[in-house]
Design a protein. Structure first.
Lengths: 256, 245
C-alpha cells in the first residue's frame, strides 16, 4: 500500500502538485488520470522517487520515503518495478538479458537460477521464443510485454506503469491491460498506472484518481465513475460520443 | 550562472562516478565492451592519421630547411619533437574528442531520451557509475593509443623522408636519437592521462544531463566536442607551462 499525504511539488515559480492526499491499495490496479498538464507524470515521478518534493509525505507500506537513508532508499527502489511509456529497454542487450538485468544487479542467484526465472516470467507474458531477439527486433506490444516482464522479474511489491498502452493498437492495448491486472492480483502487488486510455479506465480501474491542475479532483472506481456528477470528470472521461452512450446505457441498466 | 551550475554539476558527477559501485560481475563486461569501442575501435583512424601527419611534418621540415649549413638529421629531430611533444598527445586527443567524445555523448544521450537512464535510477542503480565508470577505466588505456601514434608518426616521417628523397635513413635516425630527453615522454604521457580523463568525463556529462529529443542528442554531441577540445587546449597550455616552462 502507498499512502500519499499533502504532496506538493514546484518547478521554480510553477506549482505543479498543490497538496495531493490519497492512497493506492495492494492487489489492485490504481489508475491516475487527468488532462495533459494536470500533474500526472510529476506525481508518478514523485512516487518513483525520481523527483524530490517540497511538502507532504509518501509512505510505502508504512516507510516514509523522504526519511529513509540512502541505502534504505536503494533497497526500497529494488522493490519497485516500472514500465515506461517507451518501454525503456536496454538496446545493447537481448530480451532475455534485459529481463535478467535486475536479477544480476540485486540478487546472488546463479546463472541457471536466473535463466529459470527469466523463462518463467517470459512464459507469464506469453513471450516464450523471444529470448535472443534484440528490443529493436520486437514489435511495440512485445516490447511492452518485455518491459512488464523486466518489471516483475525481481518480485516487486510496487509496480508503476506510465502510459502502458500508448502507441499500441486497441487489441494489443487490451492484452497489456489484462496482463497488468492479472499480474497485480496474482502477485498481490500495489500497481499504479498513469493513463489517458479510457478503455483502461473502464476495464481495470479498481481505483481511479483524477487530477486537475495539480489537485486531486475526484477519486473512485470504474463502477462509481459512471455515476459521478463531477463536471471535470465527466467532461474528461465522457468527451467522446461513444463513452457518453456507454455511460447512458450503464445508468439505464443500473436503474432497472 | 548557467556556467557555474554546469561546472558544479560536472564535479558532482565526477564524485558520483565512484559512489555506490555496480557489482563487479556486471561491470567487467561493460569495461571490456568500452575498451573495444573506445580504444580498439580508435586504433585504425589514429594509426592512419599519425602515419601520414608524421610524413607531412618530415616533408615540411625538409622543404623549409633551405640553408645548406643546416644538417639533414634535423628532419628526424624536428619530426620526433613535434610528434612526441604535441601531435600525438594533443592533436590526437582533439581527434578523439570528435570520434570517441561524440560516441559517448550520443550513446548516453540516447539512453536519456529513451528513458533507459530513468529505468536504471528507478531500479536504484547509480546510473553515473554504471555508465561513466567503465568509460573512465577503458580510457586509462589511452596512453597505449598515443604510444602507437608516436611510433607511427615517426615511422611515417621516416618513410616520407627516405622514399620522397628528402634525406637518408641514417640521417633521419640520427636526428630521432639526437638530444633525447626521457622527461619529454613523461610529460607527454602525463598530458595523455589528463586528456583521457577529460575525454571520458566531459562527453559523459553532456550525454547524461541532456534534455529533449533526438535533435538535442545531436546538439549535445557537438557541444561536447567543442568543450572537450577547448578544455584539452587549455589544459595543454597549463601543463606545458608547469612542466616545461
Amino acid at each position: 500500500m502507498i499512502e500519499v499525504k499533502d504532496l506538493q511539488k514546484s518547478f521554480g515559480d510553477s506549482h505543479i502538485l498543490k497538496g495531493i492526499t490519497t492512497s493506492f491499495e495492494k492487489g489492485k490496479t490504481n489508475l491516475i488520470i487527468g488532462q495533459s498538464g494536470s500533474g500526472k507524470t510529476v506525481f508518478l515521478k514523485c512516487l518513483l522517487g525520481l523527483f524530490d518534493y517540497e511538502e507532504g509525505s509518501i509512505c510505502y507500506e508504512g516507510k516514509n520515503f523522504s526519511k529513509l537513508s540512502r541505502n534504505e532508499k536503494t533497497n526500497l527502489r529494488s522493490e519497485m518495478g516500472m514500465v515506461f511509456q517507451g518501454s525503456a529497454l536496454f538496446d545493447s542487450m537481448t530480451i532475455a538479458e534485459n529481463i535478467m538485468f535486475p536479477l544480476r544487479m540485486f540478487t546472488k542467484q546463479s546463472k541457471s537460477e536466473m535463466e529459470d526465472r527469466v523463462n518463467i516470467v517470459l512464459k507469464r507474458v506469453n513471450l516464450d521464443n523471444a529470448h535472443d531477439k534484440k528490443p529493436s527486433e520486437a514489435s511495440g506490444g512485445m516490447q511492452k510485454r518485455v518491459a512488464i516482464a523486466r518489471a516483475i522479474v525481481n518480485r516487486p511489491k510496487f509496480l508503476f506503469c506510465d502510459e502502458p498502452n500508448s502507441g499500441l493498437d486497441p487489441k494489443t492495448a487490451i492484452v497489456i491491460d489484462n496482463l497488468i491486472k492479472e499480474i497485480t492480483e496474482e502477485f498481490d502487488i500495489t500497481t499504479v498506472i498513469n493513463t489517458h486510455d479510457m478503455n483502461s479506465v473502464m476495464e481495470i480501474g479498481k481505483k481511479i484518481v483524477f487530477l486537475k491542475d495539480g489537485l486531486l479532483e475526484w477519486e473512485g472506481s470504474n463502477e462509481t465513475i459512471f455515476k459521478t456528477e463531477n463536471e471535470a470528470v465527466t467532461d474528461f472521461v465522457y468527451s467522446s460520443e461513444l463513452f457518453r452512450k456507454v455511460r447512458k446505457m450503464y445508468l439505464e441498466e443500473d436503474t432497472k | 550562472m548557467t556556467y557555474l551550475h554546469n561546472i558544479g554539476t560536472y564535479f558532482i558527477m565526477i564524485k558520483d562516478i565512484f559512489r555506490r559501485p555496480t557489482k563487479w560481475s556486471v561491470m567487467k563486461p561493460l569495461i571490456l565492451k568500452d575498451i573495444d569501442d573506445l580504444i580498439i575501435g580508435s586504433l585504425g583512424i589514429v594509426a592512419f592519421i599519425s602515419f601520414f601527419v608524421g610524413g607531412v611534418v618530415a616533408i615540411q621540415t625538409s622543404l623549409n630547411m633551405t640553408s645548406p649549413l643546416m644538417p639533414k638529421y634535423l628532419v628526424g629531430f624536428a619530426t620526433r619533437q613535434s610528434i612526441i611533444l604535441e601531435f600525438a598527445p594533443t592533436f590526437i586527443s582533439i581527434i578523439m574528442a570528435g570520434k570517441v567524445g561524440s560516441f559517448i555523448t550520443s550513446s548516453i544521450g540516447t539512453m536519456r531520451v529513451t528513458e533507459q537512464i530513468d529505468a536504471l535510477e528507478v531500479m536504484g542503480i547509480n546510473g553515473i557509475n554504471y555508465l561513466v565508470f567503465p568509460k573512465f577505466i577503458a580510457l586509462t588505456l589511452y596512453p597505449f593509443v598515443i604510444s602507437i601514434a608516436m611510433f607511427l608518426g615517426i615511422l611515417g616521417g621516416l618513410m616520407a623522408c627516405v622514399y620522397g628523397g628528402y634525406g637518408t635513413m641514417e640521417d633521419y635516425i640520427e636526428g630521432v636519437q639526437l638530444d633525447f630527453i626521457p622527461f619529454h615522454f613523461i610529460y607527454a604521457f602525463l598530458k595523455t592521462l589528463v586528456f583521457a580523463f577529460l575525454l571520458a568525463t566531459i562527453p559523459s556529462y553532456y550525454g547524461y544531463f541532456m534534455k529533449g529529443g533526438a535533435l538535442e542528442v545531436g546538439k549535445a554531441s557537438t557541444t561536447s566536442f567543442v568543450w572537450t577540445s577547448v578544455m584539452i587546449i587549455i589544459v595543454n597550455f597549463l601543463l606545458t607551462s608547469l612542466l616545461l616552462g
